[in-house]
Design a protein around this ligand. Structure first.
Ligand code: 6PG
Length: 240
């Protein structure tokens, strides 16, 4: 099942933060914990800042939350490019989340070793029988149609065995770590967060053009037994 929610720009962060709070409440009620994989980049920063604000301090049972990342740049955690670094600075450093519940992809390691280590960390939390099923996965959408670090033309799009891979992305001249499509598609809920006029064209293409994940990797995200949400602001939805 997929659903597109068009949200006014000034309500976007609060709308997504409310989804986080509700997803956490449901998951903790059902299973005693809430597992979430976060997206990086710039879109979620305002959302994460809100979740780190006093207004949200008491709305989540932070002790039951396990935070992971959908992807990470292969840089140290204090690097300006680090998804973890951004998230920790505006959010995780401000809420009583147990340190052991913050599952950082170690971008400072050699990519292959970091991917192996993260896979092991996922198995410790989710078990190793079948794909890890996140309660919630936040994903962004790049203007080239990538999501997480699944970039056009990369083999990662078609990975079917590994849970996490580290790969070199030629167009960025960077190494990246990313969860793979089978892990993303095992989630209970996947929410794309798309905002700004700059995403209007690619959002239209991803949602309306034929299935061509090599060109539009975001199209590979089709949860097997879960909900796909497109949370888009009005500017990004302009061509829909
Ligand atoms: C990353 C992300 C990536 C991001 C998109 C959108 O590490 O950059 O996880 O997939 O979500 O590139 O980024 P913006 O929100 O900055 O447009």
């Amino acid at each position: 099942m997929s659903d597109i929610q068009k949200i006014s720009p000034d309500e976007f962060a609060a709308y997504v933060a409310a989804l986080f709070v509700e997803s956490a409440r449901e998951a903790v009620q059902d299973s005693g914990r809430f597992t979430v994989a976060l997206s990086g980049g710039s879109t979620p920063k305002a959302i994460y800042s809100l979740l780190g604000s006093n207004a949200y301090a008491s709305r989540v049972d932070w002790s039951a939350v396990h935070v992971f990342w959908g992807d990470e740049r292969c840089v140290p955690p204090d690097d300006a490019e680090s998804n973890y670094g951004m998230t920790y600075g505006v959010w995780l450093s401000k809420v009583p989340l147990p340190a052991e519940n913050v599952h950082r992809m170690r971008g400072e390691m050699k990519p292959e070793a970091a991917a192996t280590e993260y896979t092991q960390e996922l198995k410790e939390v989710f078990g190793s029988r079948g794909w890890p099923r996140f309660d919630l996965v936040f994903l962004g959408l790049g203007e080239d149609g990538h999501t997480a670090s699944l970039f056009p033309g990369t083999a990662a799009i078609h990975e079917k065995k590994q849970w996490v891979i580290g790969h070199y992305v030629p167009k960025l001249d960077m190494w990246r770590l990313t969860l793979t499509p089978p892990v993303l598609n095992a989630a209970h809920t996947v929410a794309f967060l798309v905002s700004g006029a700059g995403k209007a064209e690619i959002l239209r293409r991803v949602l309306t053009e034929n299935y061509q994940p090599d060109l539009l990797p975001a199209q590979i995200v089709q949860p097997e037994d879960g909900t796909l949400l497109w949370l888009v602001d009005e500017a990004a939805a302009a061509q829909l």
